[in-house]
Design a protein around this ligand. Sequence first.
Ligand code: NAD
Length: 370
Amino acid sequence: MVNFEVIEEYDHEQVVFCSNKEAGLRAIIAIHNTTLGPALGGTRMWNYKSHDDAMKDVLRLSRGMTYKAAVSGLNLGGGKAVIIGDSATQKNELLFRIFGKFVEGLAGRYITAEDVGTSVTDMEFVRMETKYVTGVSKALGGSGDPSPVTAYGVFMGMKASAKYKWGSDSLAGKKIAVQGAGQVARYLCEHLYNEGAEIYLTDINESKVKRVLETIKAQVVKPEEIYSLDVDVFSPNALGAIINNDTIGKIKAEIIAGGANNQLEREDLHGLMLMEKGILYATDYVINAGGLINVASELEGYSQDRALKQAEKIYDVIRKIFEISAKENVPTNEASNKMAEERLRSVGRISNTYTGRSSFSGRLGELFHK
Ligand code: NAD
């Protein structure tokens, strides 16, 4: 059943159902808001329990992309796609090419990228049918792995947090607990180590920890120990919902700054609990925007230097959010939403009938003005 109430509740412009029996494709593309530019967001492939779950996920994630792009100063809107299915067994060229045709049909209102369950190879199949795709391999002019840029943005956001909390943005001598030793954590640890921080590292996968220890020194701890360490900064870079009723009581760090998505188990509660405990929380979707900045950079002809320069600005954005939070006495996650909404309001919502603006340049302009 099409449920307009749900779509209205999330305030979306357009939701597209894509189906092709032969390819076994069932997908939903959600365009949340194109006030600032074309809606960019990845395609997630997941075995959802129900179509309702898929719908909720795509609406929630695409709205999140609007906020992330807006707060990061990007000329992009928010969108996301989900393909319903098992990414381990149901992927093939036809599926992604047919999906690519649907993306092409949106004529640039939505630009896709890889996400959970999809890969660079999948996006290359999508690319055969549409140019409205980012995150393809470097060989095809894409941006490749976004993690170095994400990690640099997290590092900048952590420094801004240190400056706000302690008056200096140096992390030298600071004790930092890093949860996860994956792609983002690996590059982040290098920055922290070079700055002279004391790193405590954990991962459920020992080989990941070993790889990080090839380039830096860190004290390795058990996964369950990471929350209660006597450290200055807790940096979550693994999974979501790790800030919750159970962990907030354990955290001794004065700052939480990490790249993981959806860190607060409950947006409406746990940001407030952190504020009341005096823990400075660098909002996840702001501090980890380097990944989006990286793929967005593809639209102007990819340059990692340019992407890194832009990710550096996360420092200022985080600082501004702390200022809004203090001035308005609201949790930092709420201050981040306010800042994003303010930018959207200042540009003005020109949904549904949006036809593009002349200020875009490069591939972004070319794509969006089509
Ligand atoms: P990754 O898969 O390379 O690394 C995640 C690591 O977390 C893995 O090594 C995994 O073993 C570990 N892990 C899982 N559960 C754990 C637990 N309970 N305790 C400790 N470690 C655990 O992923 P990534 O690309 O480094 O991304 C990390 C986080 O950052 C994710 O939440 C991701 O959504 C987010 N993020 C990543 C990017 C990016 O550019 N890669 C951009 C924005 C946000």
